[in-house]
Write a protein that binds this ligand. Structure first.
Ligand code: AHR
Length: 515
């Protein structure tokens, strides 16, 4: 049986998790909004038309910040269409998703939904078909107390108090040719810095994220971040990263290793941001907003499932059904984010409901949890605190991950992938250490020998393990609990030592109370 040694010391730390590390994303896309979080007429709908069954699952999932309204959608969005009397709002074609946008849900409804679910709102502005002045006007509409045309308009619309939105994204994936009005790095850098200035002049307390590359495989990756930050460095706090892990190749070991490339991606973007700082002799540190991440491939290849003919409203698109194997790769991504808590201060699981999502619904019917729901909810509920710099000695394997784009199939050799990928979070105030452990060995259990020398006495508080003999197992409307965590039984402590046996191909959580 493969064996891994782990060493945890309360004095060896990476950084504190920011509450915003556990965010998610609602886009006007498919059935994420309509039939997802919002469905007036649904049996569980509240007075706003928000689905209570979905809100209950969202509370359980525990996202902390929610990005809205896109995504690709935002690059053509006119925010004015989504405010004011609902019967006067225009229906518009949405060229991002070849859908018709009814605009019956907009910024104010989103803010209400966030307040009800106790989630911080994060708004993206349109820097595709629009630019700084429209973004400035949205900040004024949302955040200015009153006494001006736009702030009084918000009050007239029924929202007396300012929304006080703190976190703003300067556009979305502006390097992607699929984006409405894609830009070069210089064009985007100039647009973003001017928008940032105007927005901040209206509300100096806001925080701003510039768009990084849409993914690490973009041909302009690296140079894009450098140029964009050269323009925006003084005006932004964050640069964004996006990653969707895939198993197009049907190669499970490679798929489970793919989250390790998120580690490289983060390290590289940190290096670029810090080199821009170095050129300025600046001590300012740009933080990372990993504001789209997930597993996504079945409904992605050649845009299958993206387009439905006839410009429908809320079509069933990008409704990825996640299996057990996806939950494992997803868990690997959770661990990568935790282990970069020093620089990744915001992250958004893309997306929240129905569209590549942890929560699925039937319009007019029930809501249920997908397999990926579990690692996220456990990370968010149990993973707050100081991330420890764990020393792991694990056997490794060799693989090659392929990441096909529109233009080329990029191949990433991974010569030494540890079978055990893990993170440990110390919640000093609560008196807990929580271990998140992914056993990537597909056929063998993994024996863990843990040395927790700096922690006095500790006890096992709770354990969870997500595994299934069938890696293709999924949760469905009729079998919503096919893949659910159970307790990890083989865990014991003796003195300063912790031992555990992780099932093959499993995601595991061990929470200890520490003195
Ligand atoms: O999350 C789905 C889409 O993926 C988003 O709209 C876009 O930003 C990304 O390409």
């Amino acid at each position: 049986m493969p064996k891994a040694d782990i060493l945890l010391d309360r004095h060896f730390t990476i950084g504190d998790t920011d509450p915003r590390l556990f965010g998610a994303f609602v886009e006007h896309l498919g059935r994420c909004v309509y039939g997802g979080i919002y469905e007036p007429g649904h049996a569980t709908a509240d007075e706003h038309g928000f689905r209570r069954d979905v809100m209950d699952l969202v509370r359980e999932l525990a996202p902390t910040i929610m990005r809205y309204p896109g995504g690709n959608f935002v690059s053509g969005y006119r925010w004015e269409d989504g405010v004011g009397p609902v019967d006067k709002r225009p229906k518009r074609l949405d060229p991002a998703w070849f859908s018709t946008e009814p605009n019956t849900f907009g910024t104010n409804e989103f803010i209400d939904w966030c307040r009800k679910t106790d989630i911080e709102p994060m708004l993206a502005v349109n820097l595709g078909t629009r630019a700084g002045e429209d973004a400035r006007r949205l900040v004024e509409y949302c955040n200015h107390p009153g006494g001006t045309e736009l702030s009084d308009l918000r009050r007239e619309h029924g929202w007396e108090q300012p929304h006080d939105v703190k976190f703003w994204c300067l556009g979305n994936e502006m390097d992607g040719p699929w984006q409405m009005e894609t830009k070069t790095a210089v064009e985007y850098g100039r647009t973003a810095v001017e928008a940032a200035k105007l927005m901040r002049w209206v509300d100096p307390r806001i925080e701003l994220a510039a768009c990084g590359s849409s993914s690490r495989r973009m041909p302009t990756y690296g140079a894009w971040e450098d140029t964009v930050l050269e323009h925006t460095f003084d005006e932004v706090e964050f640069i964004s990263l996006h990653t969707y892990l895939n198993d197009y190749a049907g190669d499970t070991p490679a798929f489970l290793a793919s989250a390790d490339l998120m580690d490289s991606f983060i390290d590289e973007v940190v290096a670029i941001a810090d080199s821009v700082a170095a050129r300025r002799r600046s001590s300012k540190r740009i933080m990372l907003s990993f504001d789209e991440w997930n597993v996504w491939y079945r409904t992605r290849r050649r845009n299958e499932g993206r387009v439905k003919l006839g410009w429908p409203i809320a079509p069933e698109i990008l409704e990825e059904i996640y299996d057990m194997k996806d939950a494992l790769a997803f868990g690997g991504a959770c661990i990568s984010l935790l282990n970069h808590a020093d620089r990744v201060k915001t992250a958004c699981l893309a997306e929240l409901v129905n569209v590549i999502a942890p929560i699925m619904t039937e319009t007019g019917g029930p809501a249920w949890r997908q397999t990926i729901f579990w690692p996220f909810s456990q990370m968010s509920n149990l993973g707050r605190g100081t991330v420890l710099d764990v020393r792991v000695k694990s056997p490794t394997y060799e693989t090659v991950y392929s990441d096909p784009s529109r233009t080329e199939d990029m191949r990433f050799p991974l010569p030494e992938v540890p079978y055990l990928k893990m993170a440990a979070v110390h919640d000093a105030a609560g008196g807990y250490v929580t271990l998140f452990l992914l056993n990537r060995h597909l056929t063998e259990p993994m024996e863990i020998a843990g040395d927790l020398r700096s922690f006095g006495r500790f006890d096992i508080v709770e354990t969870h393990s997500l595994h299934d003999a069938d890696l293709k197992a999924t949760n469905t409307k009729d079998a919503p609990d096919r893949v659910v965590p159970s307790a990890l039984k083989d865990v014991s402590i003796a003195g300063q030592a912790l031992t555990a046996k992780l099932p093959p191909a499993s995601w595991n959580v061990i929470r200890l109370s520490v003195a």
